[in-house]
Design a protein around this ligand. Structure first.
Ligand SMILES: [Zn+2]
Length: 193
């Protein structure tokens, strides 16, 4: 077994011993809300937003972007599981600010090894073989933090599958302090109609 696998299974065994009555939790989120946020390892929504098991839906992807699949999850979240308020939470120092579609397409074409980054940007070993498939994907990169939150809240708000009464709040998590800072323009766009 890899060390990581062993560590995870050891941690899980300890979790099981303290699982208590959580087996009785219901499927719909008890506190009735959902968070869309970035997969960045420094962000722990359970900690930064005070969540326990059963409380809320947390939808994560690279950047916390309102991709078609994120919207799919949010629609299920309200339509089948009753959430009534949504948060879009991006963050400072997001990796999605460090490249664009063209860069990612080029890195993947160059090789499938992990690329490295320095002051000049992303570099690839060029050892090949790579893939041109990345050139066909919109990687939903971020060119401005506040702008990306506003865009994503607006995209969710404007979806014909999203009811106007659900408020959508926009925030940026500060990786240096742990603070959630509201993006008022996003929350305004996401206000219930
Ligand atoms: Zn991020």
């Amino acid at each position: 077994m890899s060390n990581i696998k062993e560590e995870i299974l050891t941690a899980n065994a300890a979790y099981v011993t303290e699982f208590g009555d959580k087996g009785n939790l219901l499927m719909p989120p008890g506190r009735g809300f959902a968070i869309l946020t970035c997969m960045d390892a420094r962000l722990d929504p359970a900690k930064y937003a005070g969540l326990a098991e059963g409380d809320a839906h947390v939808i994560r992807n690279a950047g916390g972007r309102a991709s078609d699949d994120a919207i799919r999850s949010l629609v299920i979240s309200y339509k089948l599981l009753g959430t009534k308020e949504w948060f879009v939470i991006h963050h400072t120092d997001c990796g999605m600010e460090t490249f664009n579609n063209e860069v990612m397409g080029g890195l993947l074409e160059s090789s499938l090894e992990t690329s490295s980054v320095d002051e000049s940007g992303w570099n690839d070993s060029g050892n090949g073989p790579g893939s041109t498939e990345g050139k066909y994907i919109n990687w939903l990169t971020i060119s401005g933090q506040e702008q990306s939150v506003v865009e994503d809240v607006a995209r969710i708000r404007n979806s014909s599958m999203v009811p106007s009464e659900i408020p959508i709040y926009g925030y940026i998590y500060d990786c240096k302090t742990g603070e959630l800072v509201e993006v008022p323009a996003a929350t305004k766009v996401g206000a219930p109609g």
